[in-house]
Design a protein. Sequence first.
Length: 378
Amino acid sequence: MIIAVVVILVLIIITLIFYNITIHKKIQKFKNLNQKVTNLYVVQDFMNAIGETSTVEEKIKKINDVLIERYEIKYSTIVVFNGAEYEVKASNVDPKHWDSLKSLHEIDMFKDSIETATPKYVTVNNENERLPYQQMEFGRAKSAIFFPLYIDNVYIGYWIIESGTPHDFDNVDTTVLEVIKENIVSVLKTVVHQKTLESIVRKDLFTGLYSEEYLYGEGKKVIDQYTVSTICMFKIINIQQINKDYSRELGNKVITEISDYVRENLSQEYVFVRYMGPKFVIAFSGVEANAVADFLNDIKEKIETMQISLTEDEIQNLNLEVNSRKKLTKEATKEVAVPRLNFVISSYYKGTGLEEVLKKLEEYLDNAAPNESNITNI
């Protein structure tokens, strides 16, 4: 009888053990699934941050805010090396501590982390101690993890998270943090191209308009204030003929006269740039395609009735070689150029690729019949 009871108890214990193991596995599986879901949300938030903001600085600050909110990180700082110096690109730490935070690469323990491309965890054992890199602060951070950042094996800076509690990161899932770090690198890799574009924005010599690159920085910031906008690209289709039959100087004046007229008649809410050569782009921010038809028809009609010529004073002021000056005599003032334009428009949706829309419009104009002079919606 006793043996039977013991056997039953043993079986019950074994059953409970298996049950507990099963429950533990299910809980662990749920935690992993929950973490994966959280990571997916973070990735989605990162993508939204890229789409919702325009400048590189805004994008990086936004993703840092996402990290702090989603993972409940006390302090998070992203520092990037710009080729000349280290810059704090995003941080929720008081700016008075930024000099210390952007000098972490000079600390020996972090030098080793950078050289080996491995994270470095530092902490204190009690509230009276301070972390090695802290100079003028005692109570803010008591533990930290330092992550060097690399793009295609090229060191670009670091990400550091901090806590005000000693040993707060002892049991943290470093796998998750590595995933976050890679997401940060992916975003930085994306925005580094935008930063390049922003740095080469220039104004066109003849028209005073911004160049194409402006559209991807400050211009996009204006456009993306709205969900839907209309992008228009137009081309002076007979500019080469004007240059050939008359002179390049007259062709330049045609370009400036057209750009001046459009700019004077365009609302300041819209973005107008010289895209390339005889091509121009107007971004009608927050306006749908059917609402710009009358305006474009009117612009096209007015421009194509212009009769543009060089004045005597303009000819005299030209610094030309002898051969060129022979061609531009006073008779040149009688030469009149009448521009002809070809327009193409398309809708742009916030968060999508503006460059893809522009590429589509440019391809249409480049492949259109040489004499096509319409307003086409694609």
